[in-house]
Design a protein around this ligand. Structure first.
Ligand SMILES: [Zn+2]
Length: 435
């Protein structure tokens, strides 16, 4: 199988070994700007302190569903507060918050109607206590109103709706399994322009680690409260071209009752060949000099066969699921993912997507994170041929990252990692296949 062919004219034909996606990077089209540089006329920012730019901002805690958890800092320590009553939201400053998503993709009703799922007693109790608190009751009433308005109901229709029906909607805020992890800041400290958004790469390594930890904690909690969940899609849409509704840093988790065709296929591949993720992952990338960074726990390279320029970051752990990683391993993954974001900068719209061994799989695949740059829009050619045109070759993508990573390391903005030629590229660097 020819996964990666560089034609004499420079066209790079690629076939994604795991998805079968056919992609060309065409020579001559590559001169087009692919990166959204600072718009020369970026609007000056009308600075608001504290921030109140969107519903995820720190003064607007009541514009999201109730908080399942928040992380706060006490000196050097991080502390997690679960199910905070509404009247205590403003007693502490949340570094990260975990809440339900007001507009679920896979709804609580889906689980109720298809599986007779009922939120457990702890969630029920939380809901009752939350509503027994006047601030909580007001919060829930307000966001139900907002949600119904958004869905096209008039004030009059909302007025007439029985209270029981309204509060049934609120069940999803407490017992649903489409969640968000929201970061604290909207713009960078001291930002002057509307393009100075606060991105993943602006978090410190410590903050980024806790961002990952809270996300992994949510994975663990969702599977322990809904036994029909077989996989949880974890992703971060950064900026509108990547599908984000707010330019405020956040991740999402969507629980599913199936693995999806792509994961199913990858598990089949790993059953056929337990080492396939090394062979067609880092080993292959190493042979083609696409690996550009690694630390003791993770490895990063330019991926092949993606519709968008895509960086792949793989965990080297024996464990196949994020929640089975040690803190040290999570930190290693987190550091490398953050380094990639920092090297890209905040202006490239991207999707960060997590993949890992499904909860009910007996064949292990490694935890890995794909960062897809949403800099091109697939068009008619792609629809007609099934061949996608990617505006950057994997080598170009690698070569954009390397100088930025050296620069960040020199400035001590990222912790030590091996870059480019320093990478050891040992064969079979991923250890997921070992018992
Ligand atoms: Zn905001």
């Amino acid at each position: 199988m020819m996964y990666y062919t560089i034609m004499p004219d420079g066209t790079v034909k690629q076939l994604n070994p795991f998805t079968g996606t056919e992609v060309w990077a065409v020579a001559g089209r590559r001169g087009r700007p692919v990166v959204n540089e600072a718009p020369s006329a970026a609007k000056p920012l009308a600075v608001h302190t504290p921030e109140d730019y969107c519903s995820f901002c720190a003064t607007r805690y009541f514009e999201t569903p109730p908080e399942k958890s928040r992380l706060i800092r006490k000196g050097d320590r991080w502390e997690k507060l679960d199910n905070l009553p509404a009247d205590r939201y403003f007693e502490t400053a949340a570094e990260f918050r975990r809440t339900g998503n007001m507009f679920e993709i896979v709804t609580l009703d889906y689980w109720r109607k298809n599986y007779a799922f009922k939120p457990g007693s702890a969630r029920q109790r939380w809901k009752e206590e939350y509503l027994a608190n006047p601030a909580g009751l007001k919060h829930i009433t307000d966001i139900i109103h907002y949600k119904l308005k958004n869905e096209g109901k008039t004030d009059e229709q909302i007025e007439k709706m029985p209270l029981a029906d309204k509060f049934a909607i609120a069940d999803a805020f407490f017992g649903g399994a489409h969640e968000m992890i929201i970061a604290k800041r909207h713009f960078r400290e001291g930002s002057q322009s509307e393009s100075d958004l606060f991105a993943s790469g602006d978090l410190t390594e410590e903050e980024h680690f806790w961002y990952f930890k809270l996300t992994i904690d949510a994975i663990q909690d969702i599977i322990s409260t809904n036994r029909y969940v077989r996989y949880i899609s974890v992703f971060q849409n950064w900026l509108r071209p990547a599908g984000a509704s707010f330019d405020h840093l956040h991740k999402q988790l969507v629980a599913l009752d199936e693995w999806g065709a792509s994961i199913q296929n990858q598990i089949n591949m790993v059953r056929e060949d337990p080492n396939v993720f090394n062979q067609l992952g880092p080993n292959f990338a190493a042979h083609h000099n696409l690996i550009f960074a690694e630390n003791d726990h993770a490895i990063a390279y330019a991926g092949i066969g993606h519709r968008y320029p895509t960086i792949e970051i793989y965990s080297r752990s024996h464990a196949g699921r994020p929640q089975e990683h040690t803190d040290e391993e999570i930190l290693g993954m987190s550091n490398l993912v953050r380094a990639v974001h920092a090297a890209m900068g905040e202006r490239i719209s991207c999707n960060e997507e997590w993949y890992y061994t499904p909860f009910d799989a007996v064949y292990k695949m490694p935890w890995h994170v794909l960062i897809k740059w949403r800099v091109n829009v697939p068009a008619g050619f792609e629809g007609g041929t099934g061949i996608f045109i990617n505006p950057m070759t994997p080598i170009e993508l690698r070569d954009r990252m390397v100088p930025q990573l050296y620069h960040l390391r020199d400035e001590r903005k990222i912790s030590w990692l091996r870059i480019a030629e320093e990478c050891r590229v040992d064969p079979n660097p991923l250890k997921y296949y070992l018992k």
